[in-house]
Design a protein around this ligand. Structure first.
Ligand SMILES: [Zn+2]
Length: 195
C-alpha cells in the first residue's frame, strides 16, 4: 500500500468552500473522516458531496494512477495521449457524477491535473516525493451546482467508476441538509442514495 499525506488539504478546502455548511462539514468533520481523506492508495478515490439549501459542492480526489496509470509528468507519446484522454473525460461532469431526482444545473467546475501535463512547471502543488523516491500525484476535480428551491437530488451515480476502471472504489462522504452518510462505491455498486 502506498500512502502519503495531503498537507494542502486544509488550504484547498478553504479555497473550495462556497457556502457555510460545506465549510463547517469539511473543516469540523470527525478526525476519522479527515484521516481517510489523507491516504493516497492506488485504486481508491475520495468523493465529497455537500448539499445545502440550493447548492451542491462536489470534490473528487484521486491518485493520478487511477486515471492514466502513472503519476509523473507525461513524457512519452503514449503518456501524453493518456493525459489528454483523461482531461477530456474530466471536463465532462456527467462522466464523473450524475444526479437524479433534483432540479439542478452546473454552475462551475475546477480541475487540477497540471502535474501530469508535459512541460508543467516544477512547482507541483499535489506532487510529493515519496520516501522511497517515488512520485505520487493526485488529480482533483470539483463541481458546483445550483438547484431550484426544495429540489435537491435524491440520488446520484458515480459514473467516474465506468470511465476510470482502474479506480477500484470511491470512498464517499455526503451531507444533505442535516443528514449525512458515507459509502464505498464500486463499478458494481456506483449508486448513492441520499437518505
Ligand atoms: Zn501514488
Amino acid at each position: 500500500m502506498k500512502t502519503l499525506a495531503h498537507p494542502q488539504k486544509s488550504a484547498r478546502t478553504l479555497r473550495l468552500c462556497s457556502f457555510v455548511l460545506f465549510c463547517t462539514y469539511l473543516l469540523l468533520a470527525p478526525l476519522s473522516s479527515a484521516e481517510s481523506l489523507a491516504a493516497h492508495t492506488h485504486g481508491v478515490a475520495h468523493m465529497t458531496i455537500a448539499m445545502a439549501d440550493e447548492s451542491i459542492a462536489v470534490e473528487i480526489i484521486s491518485p493520478a494512477a487511477n486515471l492514466v496509470g502513472f503519476e509523473h509528468q507525461a513524457q512519452s507519446e503514449r503518456e501524453v495521449s493518456a493525459v489528454k484522454k483523461a482531461t477530456k473525460i474530466l471536463h465532462q461532469p456527467e462522466k464523473l457524477l450524475t444526479f437524479s431526482g433534483g432540479e439542478c444545473s452546473l454552475l462551475d467546475t475546477e480541475l487540477d491535473i497540471s502535474a501530469l501535463k508535459p512541460n508543467a512547471s516544477d512547482e507541483h502543488e499535489h506532487e510529493h516525493e515519496h520516501e522511497h523516491g517515488e512520485h505520487h500525484t493526485d488529480v482533483v476535480a470539483r463541481q458546483e451546482y445550483r438547484c431550484k428551491k426544495n429540489a435537491l437530488p435524491s440520488s446520484a451515480k458515480a459514473t467516474w467508476l465506468l470511465h476510470f476502471p482502474a479506480t477500484e472504489r470511491i470512498e464517499l462522504m455526503w451531507i444533505k441538509q442535516a443528514t449525512q452518510g458515507s459509502a464505498t462505491l464500486t463499478s458494481e455498486n456506483p449508486k448513492i442514495d441520499f437518505k
